[in-house]
Write a protein that binds this ligand. Structure first.
Ligand SMILES: Cc1ncc(COP(=O)(O)O)c(C=O)c1O
Length: 470
């Protein structure tokens, strides 16, 4: 197993300049502007971040907790929190100046950087919104209007994965099932052995949704990385199938996308692609981007933020940049996140690759220690992986999974989500619980050892989840 050192001492000296990533507006502002990041040039030092500096960037994390759950709420380093604070103070100093002179160009700077990171044609294709939930609402509201306005017929279908995120599933029902859509879920196997398993199930669900060609499929909602259980979905292939089968529009819910898996929105080819920036991209909560592929003008510019404000009708990106008085600071610190990333060997790609390698290694170490297995092959995971928990823990339902998670947090200082996987007909003594472990730059091998040892002690003490109920 790797030592802490082998996981953290991976940076080598480099000389890295992020040329071409600042917008013309930034050049102008830099001359005498007072905005917090106006004079930044992304001229990066050749000195890479050290393990001690990484720990200092995350020194606000509770040292008593083995935080192996970056997937739920992400993390934000001190340097970015400081940049956010500067923006907030900039607002407090002279709100009118901030709102009327500074906000729009600063948001444009962030959109420009995001566009270049994900290979979007331009910043015009990128809107910044609060989170993936809001991005989903924008797309689903748009799909619902096609039913309300008669472009879709009652009974036309929407397809989504069975493992779609709970809140997004509720949105699908609230917006489009209510408007008349028939919702078809793609049943996914778990544990999963290959992307082909997912492709086969997706084709089956599309056939069902199309009802032998009698019905149109108006929208497919496809996760890039499912949340629970965490599995990387072959999105590019599924989008291609949607195109071949005449699905109207495809929305990729990539809440875990940027910083966790490779994102090239033109290569993936979906109509909409949304990713949080606060999960794996080190932004403060809460900010996400929504990429919208350009559409023929006949389809109109009919995407709107669900919160209507002054900019209504001026395009989604502009609407989203002013949805009333609020704290926009999480959207403004993308330049400082870029600086943070550039201190790591290989930037965000290097971080992503090392996180992936480390989480697979930690997953294997845990599965070996407990005599269990991983929930998917390493090539189907990003920076999170599912690890089977010993069957003798007696995880018999979602309540047990939640109680076990709470017990681990409250009594042992381990933060990790637990997934309940019901046994199939006739299965006895099988693994019914999986831990979703994450790996992010601040993690240490000791975090995973702590978790391993708590579970191993549960096994030797004869602990079962039945002890937690009641
Ligand atoms: C697949 C997926 N979609 C949507 C979300 C919602 O993200 P947020 O709570 O930031 O809106 C999550 C959060 O974990 C997720 O995993």
């Amino acid at each position: 197993m790797a030592s802490d050192d082998s996981l953290h001492h991976q940076n080598h000296h480099h000389n890295h300049t992020l040329n071409g990533l600042h917008s013309p507006k930034e050049e102008e502002g830099a001359k005498g502007g007072e905005e917090p990041n106006n004079n930044k040039r992304f001229k990066l030092s050749s000195k890479l971040i050290t393990p001690e500096e990484i720990q200092s960037e995350f020194s606000h994390h509770d040292p008593a907790v083995a935080r192996i759950n970056n997937g739920s709420f992400g993390c934000c380093p001190q340097s970015v929190i400081a940049a956010q604070r500067r923006w907030q103070l900039h607002y407090y100093r002279q709100p009118d100046h901030f709102f009327l002179n500074c906000l729009k160009p600063a948001i444009l700077r962030s959109r420009t950087l995001v566009a270049s990171l994900i290979n979007a044609p331009s910043a015009d294709d990128i809107s910044l919104v609060d989170n993936a939930t809001t991005a989903a609402a924008i797309v689903l509201q748009h799909a619902a209007w096609s039913f309300h306005e008669g472009r879709s017929r009652p009974g036309d279908a929407a397809v989504m994965l069975h493992y779609a995120y709970g809140a997004v599933k509720k949105s699908v029902h609230a917006y489009i099932a209510r408007a008349g859509a028939r919702v078809v879920e793609v049943a996914l196997p778990f544990p999963v052995h290959s992307p082909a398993d997912i492709v086969a199930e997706f084709r089956r669900a599309l056939d069902l949704a199309r009802d032998g060609g009698a019905r149109k499929v108006r929208l497919a909602v496809i996760d890039h990385v499912t949340s629970m259980p965490a599995v990387v979905i072959p999105v590019k292939e599924l989008v291609k199938i949607c195109r071949e089968e005449g699905v109207d529009q495809v929305f990729v819910d990539a809440a875990h996308g940027i910083g966790c898996v490779d994102v090239d929105v033109q290569d993936i080819g979906a109509d909409f692609y949304a990713s949080n920036l606060h999960k794996w991209f080190f932004c403060p909560p809460a900010v996400a981007f929504l990429y919208c592929r350009r559409r023929p003008s006949s389809q109109g510019d009919d995407l709107h933020h669900p919160v209507v404000s002054h900019e209504y009708g001026n395009g989604l990106a502009i609407e989203s940049a002013w949805i009333g008085t609020r704290d926009y600071s999480p959207q403004l610190v993308v330049p400082e996140v870029m600086e943070f990333l550039a201190r790591f060997d290989g930037g965000i790609d290097g971080i992503k690759r090392r996180n992936h390698e480390a989480v697979v290694e930690m997953g294997r170490m845990l599965a070996n220690a407990w005599g269990t297995h991983l929930g998917c092959p390493p090539e189907m995971c990003g920076s999170m992986i599912m690890v089977g928990l010993p069957a003798c823990l007696g995880i018999e339902g979602e309540d047990d999974a939640l109680r076990l998670r709470t017990h681990l947090r409250d009594e042992f200082g381990v933060e990790v989500p637990i997934y309940f996987r019901p046994p199939k007909e006739g299965e006895v003594g099988v693994v019914t619980g999986y831990a979703r472990i994450s790996y992010q730059v601040y993690n240490k091998v000791e975090d995973y050892h702590k978790f391993r040892d708590v579970i191993s002690r549960f096994v030797s003490d004869g602990f079962t989840c039945a002890l937690l109920s009641g």
